[in-house]
Design a protein around this ligand. Structure first.
Ligand code: PMV
Length: 326
């Protein structure tokens, strides 16, 4: 028997960085997915074949590369840990062949590692004969991600599991938000990889240097998130775009934008986008432009001309799901 699970990536619509200081972030699942297929293996090792440029075998924690270098062990680690976490939860001691296909670029803030953890947990769970609940998938994949990142909020795992749109606040956790709009986006990838922790540290330093200014920024971000959520509930796309532009101004002011991101943001706005901003940690990575369904091609072309790699996307209502191949 073979089981496949597919899980969507994500984009942060508004509220990144300010979420660390208690404001609401709005996160959306996108129709770009990773697929993880699990099947039986004779020995006790985990063999992972991926289209990420790396394939190899884990025997306990020892990695042997088959394609790519040994560094691939680090890239594949979240998949291994997710599989081990589920095997342990079911008190199973067995090996697995795991095949990974990803349509989500890595390390640019589109939630590829959260989606991989979620799809692995769901696929291994189903392979062991259990339909894990959404809550169990979030909890097991967050546990696995904790072993990889220092302080994951669990937001990437939640959005990949549930799909749709969620609002996250540190104090209140996750609330799912119903919206009928497709939320058509063009994501622009600068191709510049960045480290989320470094960007978060930069903002912390700025808060130390300029506490009064940064507190006012936070208060503004609070209203940005509120008005964004309000416009989302009313499907008021033009208003959403305007609020995203304001959010970009705040993100630039706290020092997390980048010349390459700004270029793509301005190119998108000049070509019919309703609003545009960086998404995620900033300093490189991706920006998002809100567009109309018909206007996405033009925005996409403008992003390409400005040096970015465009990804046409929209909201994915379906979260993680599994199927069995006989
Ligand atoms: O780079 P991403 O998409 O993982 O987003 C990071 C979001 C931050 O607000 C900058 C950090 C965080 O932990 O919320």
């Amino acid at each position: 028997m073979k089981v496949t699970a597919a899980a969507p990536g994500k984009t942060i619509l508004v509220g990144e960085h300010f979420v660390v200081y208690g404001e609401a972030a709005v996160v959306m699942a996108i129709n770009r997915r990773v697929q993880v297929t699990v099947e039986d293996r004779k020995d006790r090792s985990l063999y992972i074949a991926s289209d990420l440029g790396f394939s190899g075998t884990f025997v306990e924690d020892e990695y042997t590369a088959e394609t790519g270098d040994v560094g691939g062990g680090t890239v594949l680690e979240p998949i291994k840990i997710s599989a081990q976490t589920v095997l342990k939860a079911f008190e199973e001691n067995r090996g697995l062949n795991i095949a990974v296909q990803s349509a989500i670029p890595m390390a640019v803030g589109l939630g590829s590692s959260g989606a991989l953890a979620v799809a692995t947990v769901a696929a291994v769970g189903k392979f062991l004969g259990s339909d894990l609940s959404e809550e169990e998938i979030v909890s097991l994949s967050t546990e696995a991600e904790k072993a990889v990142h220092i302080n994951p909020s669990g937001i990437d795992q939640a959005i990949s599991t549930y799909g749709g749109v969620i609002v996250y606040k540190k104090k209140e956790g996750i609330t799912r938000l119903k919206t009928t709009s497709d939320i058509p986006l063009v994501i622009g990838n600068t191709g510049i990889q960045r480290n989320t922790g470094t960007m978060v540290d930069g903002v912390r330093m700025k808060r130390k240097q300029f506490p009064e200014i940064m507190n006012l920024m936070n208060a503004a971000a609070n209203h940005v998130s509120r008005q964004f959520i309000d416009a989302l509930k009313r499907d008021a796309l033009n208003r959403l775009g305007e609020v995203m532009d304001i959010n970009q101004g705040l993100l630039m002011a706290i020092g997390v934008s980048h010349e390459a991101l700004e270029r793509l943001v301005y190119a998108a706005r000049a070509n019919g986008a309703l609003g545009a901003k960086l998404t995620g940690a900033g300093g490189g990575g991706c920006m998002i432009a809100l567009a109309t369904l018909d206007g996405r091609e033009r925005v996409s072309e403008a992003i390409r001309r400005a040096g970015g790699t465009p990804i046409i996307a929209k909201k994915a209502d379906q979260g993680v799901h599994c199927w069995i191949h006989e």
